[in-house]
Design a protein around this ligand. Structure first.
Ligand SMILES: C[S@@+](CC[C@H](N)C(=O)[O-])C[C@H]1O[C@@H](n2cnc3c(N)ncnc32)[C@H](O)[C@@H]1O
Length: 442
């Protein structure tokens, strides 16, 4: 064995310094230089919810993939590994472990190794308002936000008073053994709610429901629950299918099991917005949508357009119609709006998410982009009319409704989500908080 000298050489010291710097760089990279705070902030409530769904106690290895899915994490990011002290580890799993350590420090998860268990503090954080209770949590001159389950809040709203119900329900978690919602329960729950909502909308009102495809448990097949929901709404409740608005999210992530690992399914980038109406004549007006410019046409396309329109003026169509030249818009109103909505998912930025992080609260993990309620509200309502989101989450719908000069009602049963949604509005002079947030959250 070689005897080490008491004083390390300059070379050895430099090598040690390089190793330390490398380690620091790696740590900084793993932490994402600031973004780790936001990822950990985003992880906090979903982590507690995931453990709660396992009955309050779970093994870490059972949680990583579930959390990655809940957060819609890019599979590349999920699989990203780093080397540290000659060991390789998954960056995301490490972030989850850090989130758990933070939770231990906050007293929401117990410090036991091997199993992660939520405490009573966490249970209070995840608290939903009791069934049967409703609380007006905040209001403005043109909006009311309730803490409550959709089933009960419906009873507070005047029948026929709403022009639009716009919502994104929790989707049926069919692929988890401990599933909160099996498909049959989800379908009967949503069917009953849809019946209640039908009574709340005006005769020319609309119900817009955003639904996401899910896989049949243990299979790459797609569940037909969206179609079942729709057919039930028509058959049982006599609603009309006024339109569909496929929502293409270019940033949507592929299903981990079937599209990424096994490569037997396509990446599904489209969610559904089903538009139901009480009568065949809902009060829709596409002129309320922002005008879309015509596509730029080349010189040769313009020449061919001119030839075609000259021919149209002379020709009687095969169906016997003499086409009226005025039927073709040339007055610059823009393109006839299409039903396809293209909008990326919601990132971690924005005032609401910043305020949540500053308050040490996880932003809602399943918000829809503002573009979605914006298009539906413009299409289906006029300024001053009332839009209700019964499953409001962070209350994106209400924010957009107010921006568009509509009024809103919202309801959400999870205390923390309902409270933090106030961050979207509490700078308004007419904002009124009706509860003591500390009293509610405790
Ligand atoms: C997909 S999220 C809605 C997110 C929302 N669109 C946003 O942008 O923030 C669905 C919400 O429904 C809520 N929810 C679950 N059960 C409910 C019930 N019985 N009544 C009302 N809301 C419920 C969940 O707590 C969750 O916040």
């Amino acid at each position: 064995m070689t005897k080490r000298s008491e004083n390390p050489s300059t070379k050895a010291l430099a090598a040690r310094r390089r190793r330390i710097e490398k380690g620091e760089r790696q740590e900084a990279a793993v932490r994402g230089r600031g973004s780790s705070t936001s990822l950990q902030g985003m992880l906090e409530l979903p982590l507690l919810e995931a453990i709660a769904a396992h009955g309050g106690r779970a093994r870490p290895k059972d949680l990583y993939a579930e959390l990655a899915e809940t957060l819609n994490l890019d599979p590349g990011a999920r699989d990203q590994t780093r080397e540290c002290a000659d060991q390789s580890y998954r960056v995301f799993d490490q972030q989850v472990r850090w989130a758990r350590q933070t939770a231990v420090a906050k007293g929401t998860i117990t410090g036991e190794r091997g199993f992660w268990e939520i405490t009573d503090v966490a249970r209070a954080k995840l608290a939903r308002i009791e069934r049967g209770k409703t609380v007006l949590i905040y209001s403005m001159d043109d909006g009311l936000a309730f803490l409550g389950h959709a089933e009960e809040v419906a009873g507070l709203i005047d029948p026929g008073s709403l022009s639009l119900i716009m919502t994104s329900p929790p989707y049926p978690v069919v692929n988890r053994a401990y599933g909160k919602f099996g498909l049959p329960e989800w379908l009967s729950w949503m069917s009953d709610l849809t019946g209640l909502w039908k009574d709340l909308i005006a005769d020319d009102g609309t119900i817009a429901v955003n639904l996401m495809d899910v896989h049949v448990p243990g299979s790459p097949m797609i569940s037909t629950y969206v179609e079942r929901y729709l057919i039930d709404a028509v058959d049982r409740h006599g609603l009309h299918l006024a339109g569909r608005m496929p929502w293409h999210s270019p940033t949507k992530l592929a299903n981990l099991e079937w599209a990424v690992k096994r490569r037997v399914a396509l990446k599904n980038t489209v969610e559904h917005v089903i538009l139901l109406s009480k009568s065949p004549n809902p009060s829709w007006d596409t002129r309320r949508l922002p005008s879309e410019p015509y596509a730029e046409r080349s010189a040769s396309q313009k020449a061919s357009d001119a030839r075609r329109s000259a021919a149209r003026r002379q020709v009687v169509r095969p169906g016997g119609y003499q086409m009226d030249e005025g039927a073709f818009h040339t007055d610059g109103e823009g393109r006839i709006p299409g039903n396809l909505l293209i909008a990326g998912g919601v990132g971690g930025g924005g005032l609401y998410a910043k305020r949540c992080r500053a308050a040490g609260i996880s932003p809602h993990p399943a918000r829809f982009p503002e573009a979605l309620p914006r298009r539906v509200i413009q299409l289906a309502t006029a300024p001053g009319q009332i839009v209700y989101d019964p499953m409001a989450g962070s209350n994106t719908t209400a924010k957009v409704a107010l921006e568009l000069g509509r009024r809103f009602i919202s309801s959400e049963p999870v205390v923390d989500y309902a409270l933090s949604s106030s961050f979207r509005f509490d700078d308004r002079p007419d904002f009124r908080m009706h509860v003591d947030p500390d009293g509610l959250a405790a």
